[in-house]
Write a protein that binds this ligand. Structure first.
Ligand SMILES: *[C@@H]1O[C@H](CO)[C@@H](O)[C@H](O)[C@H]1NC(C)=O
Ligand SMILES: *[C@@H]1O[C@H](CO)[C@@H](O)[C@H](O)[C@H]1NC(C)=O
Length: 429
Protein backbone atom coordinates (compact mmCIF):
# COMPACT_ATOMS: atom_id res chain seq x y z
CA UNK A 1 0.00 0.00 0.00
CA UNK A 2 2.81 2.36 0.89
CA UNK A 3 4.55 1.57 -2.39
CA UNK A 4 1.39 2.37 -4.31
CA UNK A 5 1.09 5.74 -2.60
CA UNK A 6 4.64 6.68 -3.52
CA UNK A 7 4.00 5.67 -7.07
CA UNK A 8 0.86 7.79 -7.20
CA UNK A 9 2.74 10.74 -5.77
CA UNK A 10 5.50 10.30 -8.33
CA UNK A 11 3.02 10.33 -11.21
CA UNK A 12 1.32 13.41 -9.81
CA UNK A 13 4.63 15.23 -9.53
CA UNK A 14 5.64 14.14 -13.01
CA UNK A 15 2.42 15.54 -14.47
CA UNK A 16 2.83 18.83 -12.62
CA UNK A 17 6.37 19.45 -13.73
CA UNK A 18 6.32 18.09 -17.26
CA UNK A 19 3.40 20.21 -18.26
CA UNK A 20 3.92 20.04 -21.99
CA UNK A 21 3.36 16.28 -22.08
CA UNK A 22 -0.34 17.16 -21.77
CA UNK A 23 -0.50 18.30 -25.37
CA UNK A 24 -1.32 15.72 -27.99
CA UNK A 25 0.37 16.89 -31.18
CA UNK A 26 -0.52 13.85 -33.26
CA UNK A 27 -3.07 15.86 -35.34
CA UNK A 28 -0.17 18.09 -36.39
CA UNK A 29 1.92 15.09 -37.39
CA UNK A 30 -1.06 13.80 -39.36
CA UNK A 31 -1.57 17.07 -41.29
CA UNK A 32 2.08 17.19 -42.32
CA UNK A 33 2.31 13.49 -43.21
CA UNK A 34 -0.87 13.79 -45.28
CA UNK A 35 0.54 16.86 -47.03
CA UNK A 36 3.61 14.83 -47.98
CA UNK A 37 1.46 11.92 -49.18
CA UNK A 38 -0.47 14.48 -51.24
CA UNK A 39 2.85 15.77 -52.66
CA UNK A 40 2.45 19.31 -51.31
CA UNK A 41 6.21 19.04 -50.62
CA UNK A 42 8.65 16.13 -50.32
CA UNK A 43 9.64 16.96 -46.75
CA UNK A 44 9.32 19.49 -43.95
CA UNK A 45 10.26 20.39 -40.40
CA UNK A 46 7.97 21.97 -37.82
CA UNK A 47 8.59 23.61 -34.45
CA UNK A 48 5.96 24.77 -31.98
CA UNK A 49 6.93 26.69 -28.83
CA UNK A 50 5.49 28.81 -26.05
CA UNK A 51 6.54 30.30 -22.71
CA UNK A 52 7.18 26.71 -21.65
CA UNK A 53 9.84 26.31 -24.36
CA UNK A 54 9.66 23.93 -27.31
CA UNK A 55 6.40 21.99 -27.20
CA UNK A 56 6.83 19.96 -30.36
CA UNK A 57 9.43 19.65 -33.12
CA UNK A 58 9.91 17.08 -35.83
CA UNK A 59 10.95 16.33 -39.40
CA UNK A 60 8.80 14.51 -41.95
CA UNK A 61 9.29 12.98 -45.38
CA UNK A 62 12.43 13.06 -47.49
CA UNK A 63 14.53 15.47 -49.57
CA UNK A 64 12.75 14.40 -52.80
CA UNK A 65 9.89 12.16 -53.91
CA UNK A 66 12.37 9.36 -54.65
CA UNK A 67 15.16 10.39 -57.02
CA UNK A 68 18.39 11.03 -55.05
CA UNK A 69 19.21 14.78 -55.03
CA UNK A 70 22.48 15.99 -56.62
CA UNK A 71 24.44 16.34 -53.37
CA UNK A 72 23.30 12.92 -52.09
CA UNK A 73 23.79 10.79 -55.20
CA UNK A 74 23.29 7.41 -53.51
CA UNK A 75 20.36 8.07 -51.25
CA UNK A 76 17.30 10.19 -50.68
CA UNK A 77 17.83 11.48 -47.12
CA UNK A 78 15.09 11.83 -44.55
CA UNK A 79 14.12 15.41 -43.75
CA UNK A 80 15.22 15.99 -40.17
CA UNK A 81 15.48 18.84 -37.67
CA UNK A 82 19.07 19.34 -38.85
CA UNK A 83 17.97 19.80 -42.47
CA UNK A 84 18.95 23.20 -43.86
CA UNK A 85 16.40 25.11 -45.93
CA UNK A 86 16.67 27.97 -48.39
CA UNK A 87 14.59 30.60 -46.56
CA UNK A 88 13.78 32.74 -49.63
CA UNK A 89 11.71 35.73 -48.40
CA UNK A 90 11.95 34.71 -44.77
CA UNK A 91 15.37 36.35 -45.22
CA UNK A 92 13.55 39.71 -45.33
CA UNK A 93 12.58 39.40 -41.67
CA UNK A 94 15.15 36.99 -40.23
CA UNK A 95 18.08 38.95 -41.58
CA UNK A 96 17.30 42.38 -43.06
CA UNK A 97 14.61 43.47 -40.60
CA UNK A 98 16.59 42.21 -37.59
CA UNK A 99 19.54 44.34 -38.72
CA UNK A 100 17.30 47.38 -39.23
CA UNK A 101 15.75 46.90 -35.77
CA UNK A 102 19.20 47.15 -34.20
CA UNK A 103 20.18 50.35 -36.01
CA UNK A 104 16.78 51.82 -35.13
CA UNK A 105 17.11 50.83 -31.48
CA UNK A 106 20.50 52.49 -31.15
CA UNK A 107 19.13 55.68 -32.70
CA UNK A 108 21.36 55.32 -35.75
CA UNK A 109 18.59 55.13 -38.32
CA UNK A 110 15.65 57.50 -38.62
CA UNK A 111 13.00 55.48 -40.44
CA UNK A 112 11.43 58.66 -41.82
CA UNK A 113 14.53 60.19 -43.32
CA UNK A 114 14.45 60.28 -47.15
CA UNK A 115 16.96 57.87 -48.67
CA UNK A 116 18.39 60.65 -50.83
CA UNK A 117 19.98 62.12 -47.68
CA UNK A 118 23.74 61.89 -47.92
CA UNK A 119 23.85 59.85 -44.68
CA UNK A 120 21.89 57.15 -46.53
CA UNK A 121 21.96 56.57 -50.30
CA UNK A 122 22.56 60.20 -51.23
CA UNK A 123 21.92 62.19 -54.43
CA UNK A 124 22.73 59.20 -56.64
CA UNK A 125 19.30 57.81 -55.72
CA UNK A 126 17.60 61.15 -56.39
CA UNK A 127 16.04 60.56 -59.80
CA UNK A 128 12.82 59.23 -61.31
CA UNK A 129 10.70 60.59 -58.43
CA UNK A 130 12.45 58.59 -55.71
CA UNK A 131 13.17 61.67 -53.54
CA UNK A 132 10.37 60.94 -51.05
CA UNK A 133 11.16 57.29 -50.32
CA UNK A 134 12.12 56.53 -46.72
CA UNK A 135 13.12 53.36 -44.87
CA UNK A 136 9.55 53.26 -43.56
CA UNK A 137 8.32 53.03 -47.18
CA UNK A 138 10.74 50.19 -47.86
CA UNK A 139 9.68 48.29 -44.74
CA UNK A 140 5.96 48.66 -45.54
CA UNK A 141 6.42 48.08 -49.28
CA UNK A 142 4.98 51.47 -50.16
CA UNK A 143 7.96 53.00 -51.98
CA UNK A 144 6.12 52.70 -55.31
CA UNK A 145 8.48 50.06 -56.71
CA UNK A 146 7.24 47.36 -59.07
CA UNK A 147 7.25 43.88 -57.46
CA UNK A 148 10.49 42.77 -59.11
CA UNK A 149 13.49 44.24 -60.86
CA UNK A 150 12.69 44.75 -64.54
CA UNK A 151 14.47 43.33 -66.39
CA UNK A 152 15.18 40.56 -63.89
CA UNK A 153 18.83 40.37 -62.82
CA UNK A 154 19.12 36.84 -64.22
CA UNK A 155 17.68 37.78 -67.63
CA UNK A 156 19.74 38.05 -70.80
CA UNK A 157 18.40 41.61 -71.15
CA UNK A 158 19.87 42.66 -67.82
CA UNK A 159 23.17 41.20 -68.94
CA UNK A 160 25.05 40.04 -65.86
CA UNK A 161 28.44 38.76 -67.10
CA UNK A 162 27.80 35.20 -65.86
CA UNK A 163 24.39 34.89 -67.52
CA UNK A 164 25.90 34.14 -70.89
CA UNK A 165 27.09 30.76 -69.56
CA UNK A 166 24.93 27.63 -69.75
CA UNK A 167 25.45 27.00 -66.04
CA UNK A 168 26.23 30.51 -64.71
CA UNK A 169 28.29 30.44 -61.50
CA UNK A 170 26.96 32.11 -58.33
CA UNK A 171 29.44 34.96 -58.20
CA UNK A 172 29.75 38.69 -57.58
CA UNK A 173 30.59 39.90 -61.08
CA UNK A 174 27.23 41.69 -61.43
CA UNK A 175 27.59 43.90 -58.34
CA UNK A 176 28.17 47.21 -60.14
CA UNK A 177 25.48 46.59 -62.77
CA UNK A 178 22.92 45.85 -60.05
CA UNK A 179 23.97 48.85 -57.95
CA UNK A 180 23.59 51.14 -60.96
CA UNK A 181 20.21 49.76 -61.90
CA UNK A 182 18.96 50.10 -58.32
CA UNK A 183 20.02 53.75 -58.24
CA UNK A 184 18.28 54.42 -61.57
CA UNK A 185 15.19 52.35 -60.70
CA UNK A 186 11.89 53.91 -61.76
CA UNK A 187 8.63 53.81 -59.82
CA UNK A 188 5.42 52.12 -60.85
CA UNK A 189 3.32 54.08 -58.34
CA UNK A 190 3.70 57.27 -56.38
CA UNK A 191 5.53 56.77 -53.10
CA UNK A 192 3.03 56.03 -50.32
CA UNK A 193 0.11 55.54 -52.70
CA UNK A 194 -0.14 51.79 -52.68
CA UNK A 195 1.11 48.65 -50.97
CA UNK A 196 2.95 46.49 -53.51
CA UNK A 197 5.09 43.72 -52.06
CA UNK A 198 8.43 44.27 -53.73
CA UNK A 199 11.79 42.55 -53.56
CA UNK A 200 13.28 45.90 -54.57
CA UNK A 201 12.22 47.28 -51.17
CA UNK A 202 14.42 44.87 -49.31
CA UNK A 203 17.24 44.95 -51.86
CA UNK A 204 17.35 48.70 -51.21
CA UNK A 205 17.03 48.26 -47.43
CA UNK A 206 20.07 45.99 -47.53
CA UNK A 207 22.18 48.81 -49.02
CA UNK A 208 21.22 51.07 -46.11
CA UNK A 209 22.17 48.41 -43.57
CA UNK A 210 25.50 47.94 -45.34
CA UNK A 211 26.20 51.67 -45.42
CA UNK A 212 25.38 52.13 -41.75
CA UNK A 213 27.39 49.05 -40.76
CA UNK A 214 30.38 50.59 -42.52
CA UNK A 215 29.90 54.24 -41.48
CA UNK A 216 29.32 53.46 -37.79
CA UNK A 217 32.31 51.13 -37.80
CA UNK A 218 30.47 47.94 -36.88
CA UNK A 219 32.13 46.18 -39.79
CA UNK A 220 35.57 46.74 -41.24
CA UNK A 221 36.80 45.78 -44.68
CA UNK A 222 38.73 42.75 -43.43
CA UNK A 223 35.50 41.20 -42.07
CA UNK A 224 33.86 41.04 -45.50
CA UNK A 225 33.32 37.67 -47.13
CA UNK A 226 36.34 37.25 -49.40
CA UNK A 227 34.47 36.42 -52.60
CA UNK A 228 32.06 39.31 -52.11
CA UNK A 229 34.68 42.02 -51.86
CA UNK A 230 36.83 40.70 -54.67
CA UNK A 231 38.13 43.28 -57.14
CA UNK A 232 36.43 46.22 -55.47
CA UNK A 233 37.97 49.17 -53.74
CA UNK A 234 37.36 49.56 -50.03
CA UNK A 235 35.21 52.68 -50.41
CA UNK A 236 33.05 51.38 -53.25
CA UNK A 237 29.30 51.65 -52.69
CA UNK A 238 28.88 48.33 -54.44
CA UNK A 239 30.34 46.77 -51.32
CA UNK A 240 27.35 47.73 -49.15
CA UNK A 241 26.06 44.27 -50.08
CA UNK A 242 29.14 42.72 -48.43
CA UNK A 243 28.96 44.99 -45.38
CA UNK A 244 25.34 43.94 -44.98
CA UNK A 245 26.26 40.25 -45.04
CA UNK A 246 29.07 40.72 -42.53
CA UNK A 247 26.77 42.70 -40.24
CA UNK A 248 23.98 40.09 -40.33
CA UNK A 249 26.55 37.32 -39.74
CA UNK A 250 28.24 39.03 -36.78
CA UNK A 251 25.41 40.91 -35.10
CA UNK A 252 22.39 38.71 -35.75
CA UNK A 253 23.30 35.10 -36.54
CA UNK A 254 26.39 34.80 -34.32
CA UNK A 255 24.83 36.81 -31.49
CA UNK A 256 21.85 34.46 -31.50
CA UNK A 257 24.13 31.39 -31.79
CA UNK A 258 22.38 30.46 -35.04
CA UNK A 259 25.31 28.23 -35.89
CA UNK A 260 24.12 27.01 -39.27
CA UNK A 261 22.42 30.13 -40.58
CA UNK A 262 23.83 32.39 -43.24
CA UNK A 263 24.23 33.38 -46.86
CA UNK A 264 26.09 31.11 -49.27
CA UNK A 265 26.29 27.99 -47.10
CA UNK A 266 29.71 26.28 -47.29
CA UNK A 267 29.97 23.31 -49.62
CA UNK A 268 30.34 20.96 -46.65
CA UNK A 269 26.69 21.68 -45.76
CA UNK A 270 25.16 21.20 -49.20
CA UNK A 271 24.30 17.56 -48.60
CA UNK A 272 22.14 18.66 -45.68
CA UNK A 273 20.27 21.29 -47.74
CA UNK A 274 16.78 20.36 -48.90
CA UNK A 275 16.84 20.51 -52.71
CA UNK A 276 14.77 23.16 -54.48
CA UNK A 277 13.60 23.55 -58.04
CA UNK A 278 14.79 21.65 -61.08
CA UNK A 279 15.85 24.80 -62.95
CA UNK A 280 15.73 24.00 -66.66
CA UNK A 281 16.12 27.54 -68.04
CA UNK A 282 18.76 29.52 -66.07
CA UNK A 283 21.10 27.35 -64.04
CA UNK A 284 20.21 24.02 -65.62
CA UNK A 285 20.45 22.05 -62.39
CA UNK A 286 18.45 20.89 -59.40
CA UNK A 287 19.33 23.56 -56.85
CA UNK A 288 20.79 22.25 -53.61
CA UNK A 289 23.06 24.58 -51.65
CA UNK A 290 22.84 27.43 -54.15
CA UNK A 291 20.09 29.97 -53.61
CA UNK A 292 16.85 29.33 -55.51
CA UNK A 293 15.85 32.97 -56.02
CA UNK A 294 17.24 34.02 -59.41
CA UNK A 295 17.78 37.70 -58.62
CA UNK A 296 19.66 36.79 -55.49
CA UNK A 297 21.72 34.20 -57.36
CA UNK A 298 22.68 36.67 -60.08
CA UNK A 299 23.76 39.07 -57.32
CA UNK A 300 26.10 36.43 -55.85
CA UNK A 301 23.77 34.84 -53.28
CA UNK A 302 23.61 37.75 -50.84
CA UNK A 303 20.62 40.04 -50.83
CA UNK A 304 18.13 41.76 -48.55
CA UNK A 305 15.15 39.93 -50.03
CA UNK A 306 16.46 36.34 -50.15
CA UNK A 307 19.57 34.23 -49.73
CA UNK A 308 19.59 33.06 -46.10
CA UNK A 309 19.84 29.34 -45.40
CA UNK A 310 18.90 28.02 -41.97
CA UNK A 311 17.61 25.11 -39.93
CA UNK A 312 14.50 25.21 -37.77
CA UNK A 313 16.13 25.27 -34.32
CA UNK A 314 18.26 28.25 -35.40
CA UNK A 315 15.12 30.10 -36.43
CA UNK A 316 13.56 29.24 -33.10
CA UNK A 317 16.41 31.02 -31.29
CA UNK A 318 15.54 34.25 -33.11
CA UNK A 319 11.74 33.91 -32.93
CA UNK A 320 11.98 33.08 -29.22
CA UNK A 321 14.16 36.13 -28.62
CA UNK A 322 11.72 38.42 -30.43
CA UNK A 323 8.82 36.99 -28.46
CA UNK A 324 10.36 37.06 -24.99
CA UNK A 325 13.00 39.78 -25.10
CA UNK A 326 13.15 42.35 -22.30
CA UNK A 327 13.40 46.14 -22.24
CA UNK A 328 17.10 46.04 -21.43
CA UNK A 329 18.20 43.64 -24.15
CA UNK A 330 20.84 45.29 -26.36
CA UNK A 331 20.22 42.72 -29.14
CA UNK A 332 16.65 43.83 -29.84
CA UNK A 333 14.51 45.08 -26.94
CA UNK A 334 10.79 44.76 -26.30
CA UNK A 335 9.99 48.36 -27.30
CA UNK A 336 11.75 47.85 -30.61
CA UNK A 337 9.96 44.57 -31.30
CA UNK A 338 6.62 46.18 -30.56
CA UNK A 339 7.40 49.01 -32.96
CA UNK A 340 8.29 46.67 -35.82
CA UNK A 341 5.49 44.12 -35.40
CA UNK A 342 2.62 46.58 -34.99
CA UNK A 343 0.35 46.86 -38.01
CA UNK A 344 0.85 50.35 -39.44
CA UNK A 345 -2.54 51.09 -41.01
CA UNK A 346 -5.03 48.24 -41.06
CA UNK A 347 -7.25 50.03 -43.60
CA UNK A 348 -4.32 50.22 -45.99
CA UNK A 349 -2.51 46.89 -45.69
CA UNK A 350 -1.70 44.08 -43.29
CA UNK A 351 1.92 45.11 -42.98
CA UNK A 352 3.96 46.00 -39.92
CA UNK A 353 7.61 47.02 -40.48
CA UNK A 354 9.41 44.33 -42.43
CA UNK A 355 7.02 41.89 -40.80
CA UNK A 356 3.55 41.11 -42.09
CA UNK A 357 0.62 40.43 -39.75
CA UNK A 358 -2.13 37.84 -39.83
CA UNK A 359 -4.74 40.56 -40.37
CA UNK A 360 -6.20 39.90 -43.84
CA UNK A 361 -2.76 39.32 -45.27
CA UNK A 362 -2.67 38.27 -48.91
CA UNK A 363 0.20 36.00 -47.89
CA UNK A 364 -1.69 34.46 -45.00
CA UNK A 365 -0.08 31.44 -43.41
CA UNK A 366 -1.07 31.65 -39.75
CA UNK A 367 -4.65 30.36 -39.94
CA UNK A 368 -6.72 31.06 -36.83
CA UNK A 369 -3.89 32.46 -34.73
CA UNK A 370 -4.51 36.03 -33.51
CA UNK A 371 -5.11 38.50 -36.32
CA UNK A 372 -3.41 41.86 -35.75
CA UNK A 373 -1.44 40.38 -32.87
CA UNK A 374 0.37 37.74 -34.90
CA UNK A 375 3.41 38.85 -36.84
CA UNK A 376 4.48 36.59 -39.60
CA UNK A 377 6.13 36.08 -42.96
CA UNK A 378 6.21 33.49 -45.70
CA UNK A 379 8.91 32.36 -48.09
CA UNK A 380 8.55 31.36 -51.74
CA UNK A 381 10.39 28.08 -51.21
CA UNK A 382 7.66 27.01 -48.75
CA UNK A 383 8.40 28.21 -45.22
CA UNK A 384 6.41 30.29 -42.75
CA UNK A 385 6.97 32.01 -39.41
CA UNK A 386 4.13 32.93 -37.02
CA UNK A 387 4.56 34.61 -33.63
CA UNK A 388 1.20 34.99 -31.84
CA UNK A 389 1.72 37.70 -29.22
CA UNK A 390 -1.56 36.96 -27.40
CA UNK A 391 -0.87 33.27 -26.87
CA UNK A 392 2.90 33.74 -26.82
CA UNK A 393 2.94 30.92 -29.31
CA UNK A 394 5.58 30.32 -31.97
CA UNK A 395 4.88 28.20 -35.06
CA UNK A 396 7.63 27.60 -37.61
CA UNK A 397 7.28 25.47 -40.73
CA UNK A 398 10.00 24.83 -43.30
CA UNK A 399 9.31 22.93 -46.51
CA UNK A 400 10.92 22.51 -49.92
CA UNK A 401 7.64 22.83 -51.80
CA UNK A 402 9.46 24.16 -54.90
CA UNK A 403 11.00 20.72 -55.50
CA UNK A 404 10.86 19.89 -58.33
CA UNK A 405 8.77 22.85 -59.55
CA UNK A 406 7.51 26.18 -58.22
CA UNK A 407 4.15 25.49 -59.84
CA UNK A 408 3.11 23.39 -56.84
CA UNK A 409 1.05 25.69 -54.59
CA UNK A 410 -0.49 23.10 -52.26
CA UNK A 411 1.60 24.43 -49.38
CA UNK A 412 -0.61 27.53 -49.18
CA UNK A 413 -3.51 25.55 -47.71
CA UNK A 414 -1.26 23.35 -45.57
CA UNK A 415 0.36 26.29 -43.77
CA UNK A 416 -2.99 27.70 -42.65
CA UNK A 417 -4.35 24.30 -41.71
CA UNK A 418 -1.29 23.65 -39.59
CA UNK A 419 -1.50 26.97 -37.73
CA UNK A 420 -5.21 26.53 -37.08
CA UNK A 421 -4.65 23.02 -35.74
CA UNK A 422 -1.86 24.26 -33.46
CA UNK A 423 -4.15 27.03 -32.16
CA UNK A 424 -6.88 24.51 -31.36
CA UNK A 425 -4.59 22.06 -29.56
CA UNK A 426 -2.99 24.89 -27.61
CA UNK A 427 -6.27 26.52 -26.56
CA UNK A 428 -7.98 23.27 -25.62
CA UNK A 429 -5.32 22.38 -23.12
C1 LIG B 1 15.03 18.06 -64.49
O1 LIG B 1 14.58 18.47 -65.76
C2 LIG B 1 15.25 17.80 -66.82
C3 LIG B 1 14.81 18.47 -68.14
O2 LIG B 1 13.40 18.49 -68.24
C4 LIG B 1 14.91 16.33 -66.78
O3 LIG B 1 15.59 15.65 -67.80
C5 LIG B 1 15.36 15.78 -65.43
O4 LIG B 1 14.97 14.44 -65.29
C6 LIG B 1 14.74 16.58 -64.30
N1 LIG B 1 15.28 16.13 -63.02
C7 LIG B 1 14.53 15.95 -61.96
C8 LIG B 1 15.23 15.45 -60.73
O5 LIG B 1 13.33 16.16 -61.91
C1 LIG C 1 14.85 50.03 -26.39
O1 LIG C 1 14.68 50.44 -27.73
C2 LIG C 1 14.14 51.74 -27.88
C3 LIG C 1 13.89 51.94 -29.34
O2 LIG C 1 12.94 51.02 -29.79
C4 LIG C 1 15.09 52.76 -27.29
O3 LIG C 1 14.56 54.06 -27.41
C5 LIG C 1 15.31 52.43 -25.83
O4 LIG C 1 16.28 53.29 -25.31
C6 LIG C 1 15.77 50.99 -25.66
N1 LIG C 1 15.75 50.65 -24.24
C7 LIG C 1 16.88 50.51 -23.54
C8 LIG C 1 16.71 50.21 -22.09
O5 LIG C 1 17.97 50.59 -24.05
Amino acid sequence: MLKFQYCFLAILLFCCFVNSTNYDWSPVDKILQEAIDDKAFPGCTVLIASEEGILHESGYGHFTYGVPPPQNPNTNPKTELSTIFDLASLSKVVSTTSCVMQFYQRGELDLHMPLIDSSLLGPEFDNNDKNKITSWNLLTHTAGFPPDPDPLYDSKDFGCPATSQYTPPEEFTCQSKIWDSLMKQTLQYKTGEKFVYSDLSMITMMQIVGKLAKDYGYITYDQLMGDCAVGNKEDSKELYQCYYEAYARNYVFQKMKMSETGFRPPKALWNRCAPCENDTWYRHEVLQGHVHDENCYAYGGISGHAGVFSKIEDLYLLMNKLMFTTENDPFINSTTVKHFVTIQDAAFSSRALGWDTNYNSIYTACGSLSKKETYCHTGFTGGSLCNDRVRKLIVILLTNRVYPTRKNLKVLAVRNKLATQVQQIFDNN
